[in-house]
Design a protein around this ligand. Structure first.
Ligand SMILES: Cc1cc2nc3c(=O)[nH]c(=O)nc-3n(C[C@H](O)[C@H](O)[C@H](O)COP(=O)(O)OP(=O)(O)OC[C@H]3O[C@@H](n4cnc5c(N)ncnc54)[C@H](O)[C@@H]3O)c2cc1C
Length: 464
């Protein structure tokens, strides 16, 4: 590797003979680099943030590490489990013993199991709407949602509009809105029905998406999910991973690609881009992306979700037979979980609506979250020992998450651009996963697949 310094522009031409330059050091990019390196290809990774992990990030509360981003893995998430295990990370089951809490219409109620204590009519309504949803999910072509029956029609309406068509009760709508805000970081009225169905199809169905036992909330990574990324990344600490190095411009010809950042230019035979779809457009491409590919990036915008953690000297709710799982129709916190360990302090996680949360100062956010915890868990919740929060829309680089909130028509019009190579550029990132799209498992799989595609192209080129 040779380098030349141009002090005026502070550009370093890293004149490398690498096979592949990987853009993004989230779970997808790191999995791509890991797979390529294991096959003997030379790689360099450029990451715009000053850390690895992307949408997985470790915070700390009362001395306990917590996940600000991606958290849970299901038993079906074998790719991320395998990666975590390979790098010595372990699994902690999600605590969910006891009665759940529902705060609705100004009243607190607790209940056992998955059916909330609403009127019998409302329970029937929920069951009917969920059945209709499951039925439609079953019609979706996971690899190409646009090829599903009635795809155009389903992509022309929002999830909220469909709920109206189904005569969803206010309680059903409230629960569906919680799902929508957790999964896509947007309300039911902002996401296309087809995109909702295709996500649920990829997630393994409604029950798998919502359940703790045998579902997507079954387990956490004890060491945190960002720790997986950090451990995978450590093998590239020898100069092959460049942090705070956003790819700004990618120029390519028949021989290879050159990726320019503010301080570094890297030349490689191929590039793998794992930035979230909406961040593809922040890179200038030469030759340019097609108009359709640009629109994909413009319209597949990440939603927003924030998390608040409150710690107590002990998980007092457990002693009262309360699980720490609560749903609320009021205030910034709309769902909570108990993410404390057996012997540590009690830790409640609250998912927060960024609209009602992000714009307030730290003290105000803390006060509002604790007030809601008191409403849901009683006066003992008024005595926390620590508090932290994180807003994904406020990240300096690569903002947004958890997943793209697709407006009507964005899926059927632009899905074809998701994976279509742009010359010597292959795409990764969880959005491209099909099955498991939007999860950490999807991220790992797409990185590995992009690596295989590039490796195949290099092999073919070398044989010529
Ligand atoms: C609040 C929240 C909760 C979640 N909960 C769960 C959960 O419980 N379970 C689960 O499975 N998933 C969850 N997810 C989703 C999961 O975290 C993501 O699906 C996964 O981490 C995405 O990985 P990725 O590598 O595809 O993308 P990212 O993690 O977004 O990585 C892309 C990387 O590319 C970098 N980048 C972007 N543009 C450039 C550029 N121009 N140059 C260089 N680098 C660039 C970014 O900085 C980023 O590091 C959650 C996400 C959030 C935000």
């Amino acid at each position: 590797m040779s380098s030349t310094h141009e002090s005026e522009h502070r550009v370093v031409d890293v004149d490398v003979d690498v096979d592949v330059v990987v853009i993004g050091a989230g779970l997808s990019g790191l999995s791509a680099a890991d797979r390529l390196a294991s096959m003997g290809y030379s790689v360099i990774i450029l990451e715009g943030r000053d850390r690895v992990g992307g949408r997985v990030l470790t915070g700390e509360i009362a001395g306990v590490p917590v996940d600000f981003g991606g958290t849970w893995v299901s038993p079906k998430h074998t790719a991320v489990r395998e990666l975590a295990g390979r790098f010595g990370c372990t699994i902690t089951p999600q605590f969910h013993d006891g009665r759940n809490t529902l705060w609705i219409s100004g009243r607190r109620r607790t209940y056992k199991g998955t059916i909330p204590p609403v009127s019998p009519l409302a329970v029937v309504n929920m069951a009917r709407v969920q059945m209709a949803l499951e039925k439609l999910v079953g019609t979706i072509d996971m690899d190409s949602p646009s090829a599903s029956p009635n795809a155009s029609e389903l992509d022309s309406i929002t999830f909220g509009y469909w709920l109206g068509q189904q005569r969803a009760s206010s309680a059903t709508r409230m629960l569906m809105n919680v799902i929508s805000r957790v999964q896509w970081g947007a309300s039911c009225d902002d996401v296309s029905m087809l995109s909702v169905l295709s996500y649920i199809r990829g997630a393994g169905g409604v029950d798998h998406m919502l359940d703790v036992e045998n579902g997507m909330q079954q387990d956490r990574i004890t060491e945190t999910t960002q720790e997986i990324a950090k451990r995978v990344a450590a093998q590239f600490d020898d100069g092959r991973l460049l942090l705070s190095t956003p790819a700004r411009r990618i120029v390519q010809d028949d021989a290879g690609v050159t990726v320019h950042s503010d301080t570094v230019s890297v030349t490689a035979r191929y590039a793998v881009i794992t930035a979230a779809t909406m961040h593809r457009k922040d890179i200038e491409f030469e030759p340019a992306l097609s108009e359709q590919a640009k629109s994909l990036s413009n319209l597949w915008r990440l939603g927003g979700l924030s998390k608040a953690y409150v710690a107590y000297d002990k998980p007092f709710w457990r002693e009262q037979g309360i699980s720490g799982e609560a749903i609320s129709d009021k205030g910034a916190v709309f769902i909570t979980f108990d993410v404390g360990s057996k012997d540590g302090p009690g830790v409640l996680l609250g998912f927060c609506d960024p609209v009602q949360f992000d714009g307030f100062d730290a003290e105000h956010r803390r006060k509002r979250v604790i007030e809601q915890m008191v409403e849901m868990y009683g006066p003992q919740a008024n005595h926390p020992i620590d508090y932290v929060d994180h807003s994904w829309l406020l990240e300096d680089f690569g903002a947004g998450g958890p997943n793209p909130a697709l407006p009507p028509f964005a899926l059927t019009a632009y899905e074809s651009e998701l994976l279509k190579p742009h010359g010597r550029i292959e795409w990764g990132g969880t959005e491209t996963a099909g099955e498991f799209a939007g999860s950490m498992n999807g991220a790992v799989l797409t990185g590995q697949r992009a690596a295989e595609r590039v490796a195949e192209r290099i092999r073919k080129e070398t044989q010529r």
